[in-house]
Ligand binder design. Sequence first.
Ligand code: ZN
Length: 391
Amino acid sequence: MKFIVLVGDGMADYPIQELGGLTPLQAADTPNMDFIAKHGRNGVARTVPDSMAPGSDVANLSIMGYDPVKYYSGRGPLEAGSIGVTLEKDDIAFRCNLITEKDGILADYSAGHISSDEARILIETVDRELGTSCKFHAGVSYRHLLVMKECEKSVCTPPHDVVGQSIEDVLPRGENSKILIDLIRASKPILENNEINRKRRKNGKNVANLIWPWGQGRAPNMPVFREMFGISGSIISAVDLLKGIGKYAGLNIINVPGATGYLDTNFSGKADYALRSLEERDFILVHVEAPDEAGHMGNLEAKMKAIEDFDKKVVGGMLNELGGFGDYRILILPDHPTPISVRTHTREPVPFAIYSSTESADYVERFDESAAKEGVFGLVEGHCLLRMMIK
Ligand SMILES: [Zn+2]
C-alpha cells in the first residue's frame, strides 16, 4: 500500500463576495480534488492547537503526524534541520534574519530578499567577527541560523511582525537578553560597511545591515516517521521549515528543480518526483506553497490559478499514474486557511479528503470547506490524520 499526502498551503478561505459568496476552493475548477472527495471519505482537521500561532511549521508538523504541543520547539531548530546543522543537547538555535535598519526603524525583515550568495558572505563575516562563544551559519536568502548556549528564555520578536517600528522598542527582552542585544548592535558596523552592502546601496537595494535573532529553541525530540508508522517516506517542499521538519522526522528530502515556493513553481515536476519516490518508499508528502503566497498578497485571481494548477498538475498528475502502484490511499488538504480578506494565516480547522483504492466512499460530493464538514470523519485532530490513514 502506498500513502500520498498532498498539501495546498493556505488553500482554505472564507466566502468571497466577488465569487457570489463562494470560497476560492468552491469557485475554482478542481476536478481531481473533487474526485477524491466524491470517491473518498471526508472531514475537517484541527491542524493548529488552540495554544499556538497558525504557522505553516506548526500546521505541517500536525499533518506529518506529530502533535505540535509536544514536538514544536521553534523556528530556529527547524532552520538548523533544513540547512543540515546538527544541534548538540545544550545548543539553543535561533532563526537569524538579515534585516534592514533605517534611521532607527526596522525597515525590512528580509533585507530586500537578499540573494543567498550575498548573504553567505555577510553571515560568514559576522561569524568571523562575533562568533567567539556562538556560531552563525548561512542559510537561504535572509534566513540564517545562530547557535549558542544561552538565552533560551529571552523574549525575541519575529521581525516580520514589527516592520516600521523603532528597533529600540522591539529588541530582545528578559533573561540574558543583553547578550543578544550586544550581538545585534555589534553586527551593525560590520555589515554596514561591507562591500556587498555598498553595492546594494548603490543599486538602490535594501542593505542587510543588522542581524535579528528570534524563534529560538532546542532540537525537537521527535521519534522518526518510520518508528511511528512502520514505513519510510519522502517529502517534497520548497520551504525550508518543512524540509527542517522532514529532516527531524527522518524523511528523505527531495529537491525538485524549479520548485520556488512561489506562484511560478514547477507543479508538474513535483508530481513527477513524487511518483519516482514511490517506486522506493511507501509514503510521500508533497507541499505546494503557491496558494498561500497568493493569499498573503490578497490576490484572488492568483489564488484561484494556484489552486487550479495544484489540482491539475499535482493532484491530477499523481492520480493519473497511481494505479500503476497497486493499492494506495491519498490525502488532500490545506495546512491552514490563508483567506484573501485577511491576507494572513487563520486557525480554523481545514477540510480534508482521503481516497482509498480499497475502501468505500461517504456522501460528500466535492472538495471544499463546507462540504467536508458533512464527511464521515467529522472533526479530527490534525496529528491523528495520518494514523487514521495509514492505520
Ligand atoms: Zn502554510
